[in-house]
Unconditional design. Structure first.
Lengths: 466, 495
């Protein structure tokens, strides 16, 4: 074996956490190598966030076509080809992944294709097509191998009849009927896409409501709107078994003591994700884990000095933007800076189904559960001029604030561009703005953002437009 | 919570709507987002969703009825909520935003200096949230005997107002018109700008934490909520100083007993990094916020202290009388002169200069590793002996780390006295947002020309540092003239 190649930092995994950490490290003058066994960009760019957003855009275009008459447009015969939607999403993902490769070159980051294994706390072995290489990290190793879809016990994901998001973003065929198990962001987004293209979709959720981490009002609204579109939503349902057969798959469910069997062409398993740590060599180094995730400190350093873990594998929210934030913190800490730690209480949560759902901070129930006296302001998009003009009036914007100080405790949005609107509140919370500062911020008219102002005013008891 | 269900405006042209059908009936439990009715607009039939959760307590508008947009059509509330007035007033215009009750969080209006114990006037709060400025004046005490200032002008009441926004409402009922300057709204006092988040300001205002005393942990030293909460959880102890540190004692001309003069041995290490104590860090942070942005100018004057010296000796010879220091005389002289020169007793407040009609004087007290400036309030109405007693008490408690938070802010002017260190003169850095500070040197016996003949006399040099944005040289000089005159005609200090 050739002598070890030396770098300041060696990263394993180039998803949103890993590539951001690598670039930030390089910006700070560190020599950085990254190891990747897939295309750069990780699940997010290749198989997750980005391609699904492309598919959801397709679904939106399809739905606009079916609403053409509402806008006075007569459309002749039209056809929505699902295979082409997938192909388009692949082109989008390829373009973004190429972007990451470009950024690596620009920042003089060395990419080692292959699987990385920790051999010591500062030694990474890369096993690739061309054999094995050894990388030595002078300062730190950053683990950023992400996560992979979980399944239910005893259910094998074959990506044909029982698929995960991995299969869903690749399969050009579309089932006539689909059971989605899990009504989190992934389940609801794919339910949206498949249903828009004509699949009969049933969503099963064990908890009492869809998007269970969101505010209850958001869950209620989304469940109702999905229902109106012909998607069957069943909550409080336990899946007992999933049995693929020659014609589709049988899903045995239990709800309120009754057992029944649902049949569909495919099942999409969307019950969550597990850290991807197998074969990394963590056990041999004695790295402390908690329920499958690597336990880390405020800068991302694990229990072993010089070994950092960021992103999904480090637990907390499994979100690309949280991974990116951790990547920056880890890289800066490794470079000897004192970065401000990630504020895990201020990470936006976004679901890109239609209408979109976005939130930040505490739900109303959680805020009240904390013993805070809260004031809540709501504003429906039906009363927002821009939303009416767009023809997208479903949803609302809800602000939960501390009654005494006006602190913005949480914001929950269901509606058009909710995932963009949330950042006004993210900035506000970072700056510790209160309702008063938002109230005095002039919002352009007509914009969807006016709903933010109105909900703020409503929380102060001063709403103008409702 | 009571949720009013009103006829929604579903299109720009919509003026009225018709309830086609109620899908829920009175008594039904409603969750936010439930469809409760179908409504016909000028264009289409739409589902009406509930925005609040609770029970559909009252259907105000029956099926088939046409009502204007905005009209109450139903009420969703908890079973216990009283909706009678709401339903009764259904035809009336809906009440505007809920009135905020005056809660304990409102800063009390100022009433400093009033002769009788402060009976706090009710605080009317104009906005839903208290304004963020946190100037609080101490309540008056009944010990204070008001003296008529030289000008004989009536005292305006209730000057520093908690905030300009509140000023009109905060006027003391018995007082004349409130004198308030147009300070900028929603910010810390300019001049001594404190970088703090809006939330931190609110929490501080509601809990009585002085932001100026905190060190921010946010970006660029910005004070954020957790800093205020930390200060609340553990009030920063003022580090006690060993007894060896000199107080600002009466200036002495007699040669003090000299300590042996020892030069420490050369150490191994070439240097030593002494970590900043919280106090030193605060000083390091605060001083550039004065010296850099505040254009200082300095005026020095020499005061003949012979008569004051004699007066002091006589006073201190009286049986049972508290000891009076030169500094006490200076405090009293400044207090009276400040009343006559409100332009010096002033601070820049955004687009206005706030002139104070109280002499709250900050007294710089040297501590081990720093200094602190406790505030002696209402020096203009306190007799000399009371000033002497209170100033000594403040200095002692400052050194013992036992000052109350309220004694650390609110000065309108400061005095720094290095007389005990045998200095001829020096100049001090203004403590924002105050407009001026007086630096007092030692009383020194020196040759003077008296009626054309050389003689000896006791002289003391005082230097005022002034904020040139607030006042000009002549103003500072005139103030100093009066301080000089009061000290040279010291019986005036007893009036």
């Amino acid at each position: 074996m050739a002598a070890a190649q030396k770098f300041d930092v060696v990263g394993i995994g180039t998803g949103p956490g890993g590539y951001v950490a690598a670039i930030r490290g390089a910006q700070l003058g560190l020599s950085v190598a990254v190891v990747e066994d897939d295309r750069p960009g990780g699940v997010c760019l290749n198989w997750g966030c980005i391609p699904t957003k492309a598919l959801l855009r397709n679904a939106e275009v399809v739905s606009l076509f079916s609403r053409a008459e509402e806008f006075g447009i007569t459309v002749g015969e039209w056809k929505a080809d699902y295979a082409q939607a997938i192909q388009r999403s692949r082109r989008v993902a390829d373009r973004m992944a190429k972007g990451v490769e470009f950024l690596f070159r620009k920042n003089k980051i060395t990419l080692f294709p292959g699987r990385g294994t920790l051999k010591a706390r500062n030694v990474v072995e890369v096993t690739g097509k061309d054999g094995a290489q050894t990388l030595e990290a002078g300062r730190a190793v950053i683990l950023a191998t992400g996560s992979e879809p979980k399944s239910l016990p005893g259910v094998t994901i074959d990506e044909k009849t029982v698929i995960s998001s991995n299969g869903a973003v690749r399969n050009e065929g579309r089932p006539a009927s689909l059971v989605v198990i899990g009504a989190g962001a992934v389940g609801m987004e794919f339910a949206d896409v498949y249903a828009a293209y004509g699949t009969q979709v049933t969503v099963l959720e064990a908890l009492p409501r869809v998007l269970p981490i969101e505010d209850e009002e958001a869950s209620t609204q989304i469940a109702r709107l999905f229902g109106r579109r012909g998607i069957t939503i069943r909550t409080g349902v336990r899946v007992k078994s999933v049995t693929p057969g020659s014609a589709g798959v049988a899903v045995e469910v239990e709800a309120e003591g009754k057992v029944e069997t649902l049949r569909a062409d495919q099942v999409l398993m969307a019950v969550g994700r597990a850290a991807r740590t197998n074969g990394l060599g963590l056990e041999a180094l004695g790295i402390t884990m908690d329920r499958g995730f690597v336990t880390v400190g405020p800068t991302g350093e694990s229990s072993v000095k010089g070994v950092y873990a960021i992103g999904d594998m480090a637990g907390r929210q499994l979100l690309a933007h949280k991974a990116m934030a951790e990547g920056v913190v880890a890289a800066e800490a490794i470079a000897g800076q004192t970065p401000r730690p990630v504020d895990y209480g201020n990470v936006p949560s976004c679901t890109y189904c239609r209408p979109q759902v976005a939130s930040i901070g505490l739900t109303e129930a959680a805020a009240k559960g904390n013993g805070r006296e809260v004031s809540v302001g709501r504003f429906p998009f039906t009363a927002n001029g821009k939303a009416v003009a767009l023809g997208d009036t479903e949803g609302f914007l809800k602000v939960v604030a501390d009654k005494r100080t006006g602190e913005i405790l949480g914001v929950h949005i269901v509606g058009p561009e909710a995932t963009e609107l949330i950042h006004e509140f993210a900035v506000g919370r970072t700056l510790e703005a209160t309702l008063e500062e938002l109230m005095h911020t002039i919002h352009a008219h007509p914009t969807l953002s006016e709903a933010a102002l109105e909900a703020t005013l409503a929380a102060l008891g001063q709403a103008i437009h409702i | 919570m009571i949720t009013k269900v009103v006829m929604p405006k579903l299109s720009d042209a919509m003026e009225t709507g018709k309830v086609i059908k109620w899908l829920k009936k009175e008594g039904d439990v409603i969750k936010g987002g439930d469809v409760i009715a179908e409504v016909e607009t000028d264009k289409a039939n739409v589902e009406l969703e509930a925005f609040g959760s609770g029970v559909l307590r009252k259907v105000v508008v029956g099926e088939g009825a046409q009502v204007p947009v905005g009209e109450l059509i139903a009420v969703i509330a908890e079973p216990a909520d009283d909706i009678n007035t709401l339903v009764a007033g259904a035809s009336a215009a809906p009440a505007p935003g809920a009135a905020t009750s005056a809660s304990g969080s409102a800063p009390a209006p100022a009433s400093g200096g009033a002769a009788k114990p402060a009976a706090a006037p009710p605080a009317a709060i104009p906005g839903p949230l208290p304004a963020t400025e946190t100037y609080k004046s101490t309540p008056a005490t009944d010990k204070v005997v008001p003296l008529t200032p030289e000008s004989g002008a009536p005292r305006p009441q209730a000057v520093p107002s908690p905030s300009p926004a509140m000023a009109p409402a905060a006027t003391a009922p018995t007082g004349p018109r409130l004198v308030a300057s147009g300070a900028p709204s929603g910010g810390a006092a300019p001049g001594g700008r404190v970088k703090a988040s809006p939330l931190a300001k609110k929490v501080a205002a509601q809990s009585g934490v002085d932001l100026a005393r905190l060190q921010g942990s946010g970006p660029g030293g910005r004070i954020i909520r957790r800093d205020v909460e930390a200060a609340l959880a553990a009030p920063p102890a003022v580090p006690g100083a060993p007894a060896a540190v000199a107080a600002p004692p009466p200036a002495a001309t007699a040669a003090p007993a000299r300590a042996p003069f020892v030069i420490p041995a050369r150490t191994e290490a070439e240097y030593e990094d002494v970590p900043l104590t919280p106090m030193r860090a605060t000083i390091a942070k605060r001083m550039p916020t004065s010296k850099a942005p505040v254009p200082h100018f300095y005026v020095t004057s020499e005061v003949a202290m012979d008569r004051a010296w004699e007066l002091r000796a006589e006073l201190n010879a009286l049986d049972g009388n508290p000891k009076v220091s030169v500094n006490d005389l200076v405090i009293r002289a400044c207090a009276l002169a400040l009343l006559k020169h409100p332009g010096v007793n002033a601070s820049l407040q955004g687009s206005a200069i706030r002139q104070y009609h109280r002499a709250h004087i900050g007294l710089a007290v040297a501590l081990e590793g720093g200094l602190i400036t406790p505030v002696l309030r209402d020096c203009d109405v306190k007799p000399l002996v009371q000033i002497a007693v209170e100033a000594r008490d403040l200095a002692e408690r400052a050194r013992a780390g036992k000052l109350r938070a309220s004694e650390l802010s609110g000065a309108t002017f400061s005095i720094s006295n290095l007389g005990m260190f045998d200095v001829e003169e020096f100049s001090a850095i203004i403590n924002p947002p105050e407009g001026a500070i007086l630096a007092v040197g030692s009383v020194l016996e020196r040759p003077v020309v008296d009626h054309g003949a050389l003689a000896t006399g006791r002289r003391m040099k005082v230097t005022i540092s002034c904020d040139h944005r607030v006042m000009d040289g002549a103003m500072g000089a005139r103030f100093l003239q009066d301080v000089k005159r009061l000290l040279e005609e010291p019986l005036r200090l007893l009036l």
